[in-house]
Design a protein around this ligand. Sequence first.
Ligand code: GDP
Length: 312
Amino acid sequence: MDLYKGIIKGDIASLAKGITLIESTLYEDEKRAQELLKNCLPKSGKSIRIGITGIPGVGKSTFIENFGKLLTNKGKKVAVLAIDPTSEKTQGSILGDKSRMHKLSSDKNAFIRPSPNRGTLGGVASKTRESIILCEAAGFEIILIETVGVGQSETTVKKLVDFFLLLMLAGAGDELQGIKRGIMELADALVITKADGDNKQKANNAALEYQRALHLFPAMENGWTTKVSTCSALENKGVVKIIEAIDTFNNKMINNNWKIKNRIEQNSYWLHLKIKEELGNKKYKSLVDSGKIKLLEKELEKGKTIQQLIEY
Ligand code: GDP
């Protein structure tokens, strides 16, 4: 089947093949990948893109499975894509692993894709950005971008998503979790995981503490205040509340135009980055100095792909 036709019909095999094409580093695949992306672009954009991060063991995959199932059971289509900044070293991706999400991976309304295991963080994230477009064209309404919180990938993921969810353990110590103030500032919701059994009280206390700490942070430009809550993915508690908060966020940010504005800014960020990477700093500087970069940004807004603009 023609990949594009398959994707817009929502055919999972075509979507998977399409993403493989996007991730390919072979020269002959690049042109086809860009053509596919160009075709899918007008069909994309209509999802809520959610970043989920936290240290290994915090409960990301258990949470995502629970979260995802609640949505697919309501007939929603959920895609899980991963960005794994450690995969370069470990020669394989440890995220988005289907074996960790049995129920979700066998769900016809879900699509799970591990991280591409080659390339730099920026390169991997840029491929993920394109994969999001393909998932949206295939009708996925909720896109989860999973990443390990190791202090470098979070800011990159923030540039790909509308909503950023930080999972944390109670009592593990902020330093241990690599949770620097800067990362907390990125979060639209902060969730203390494993709030069950002996850990429940500790989780509640941690939530209160973080709530207090967040009061000291400056307000976000979009008017949202970071939500703090606890959850137990194992006992199915607290996850619905998080889904509701994301839903409220999404509606608010559509109504106040922040969602569209933020996505335009994010696209510009990736355009600038790609120009620097592919054409070099000197060329980038000349485009900025001459004001031509603004024209490119306008073309991007009209629906051109970044690659089309770079080749132009
Ligand atoms: P990840 O590395 O962040 O993806 O974490 P996992 O989802 O693989 O979870 C790590 C461990 O924590 C596993 O042994 C899970 O069974 C356990 N776990 C995850 N969620 C919960 C929870 O809500 N409650 C409890 N008690 N354990 C959990």
